[in-house]
Design a protein around this ligand. Structure first.
Ligand code: SF4
Length: 181
């Protein structure tokens, strides 16, 4: 409810807050410059205060840009750019920290699957900067900071959202009593 005697509280402040990876909202921020259409996300959350974020563009990486990847080494999982070996881990973490502090209370998150920055569970992790095949999967570096700072935040990705929005398959329903075994 809006507190009429508190002019600092606006109607927007009362809406649920959903942070969405900007590329899921048709923003031109993907590494390859492609704009993919993910239908329904802004419709599903039409009544919410949607806050788009692209951590890679926000730290100054351009569009298009050389790909980056997660690499596991003795220091943990790092976010590296194979084209020049640059380590972007701390830059993305610092951005994530500032971004999280700027958010309204109790945000939930819809993040892009498979991304080394935004994935919640399924970004490829490579054993070295130049290895051809991944050795495992993890969350992205941006998401890892959200998980660390907001451990109880509700979070999903576009794949999980699509699967729960799919119509249920038709099932044959028996009209008679269940036979006893
Ligand atoms: S997955 Fe995340 S970092 Fe990559 S383009 Fe989308 S919003 Fe930006």
């Amino acid at each position: 409810m809006i507190e009429a005697d508190n002019p600092a509280v606006t109607e927007k402040d009362t809406l649920p807050v959903v942070v969405v990876s900007a590329c899921l909202l048709r923003a031109n921020c993907r590494w390859d410059g492609d704009v993919k259409i993910y239908k329904d996300i802004d419709e599903i959350f039409g009544g919410a205060w949607i806050i788009p974020v692209c951590p890679e563009v926000s730290i100054g990486l351009g569009v298009p840009r050389p790909p980056i990847r997660l690499v596991s080494d003795c220091a943990g999982i790092r976010l590296l750019r194979p084209s020049d070996g640059r380590d972007l881990t701390e830059t993305v973490r610092e951005f994530a920290g500032r971004f999280i502090k700027s958010l309204p209370k109790n945000p939930c998150f819809v993040l892009k699957s498979r991304s080394p920055s935004c994935a919640i569970i399924d970004a490829d992790v490579f054993p070295s900067i130049d290895s051809e095949f991944p050795a495992g999967r993890s969350h992205g570096i941006f998401t890892g900071e959200i998980l660390r700072r907001l451990p109880s935040a509700v979070m999903t990705d576009e794949k999980r959202l699509e699967s729960v929005m799919k119509p249920l398959p038709l099932q044959k329903v028996s009209s008679g009593p269940t036979p006893r075994s």
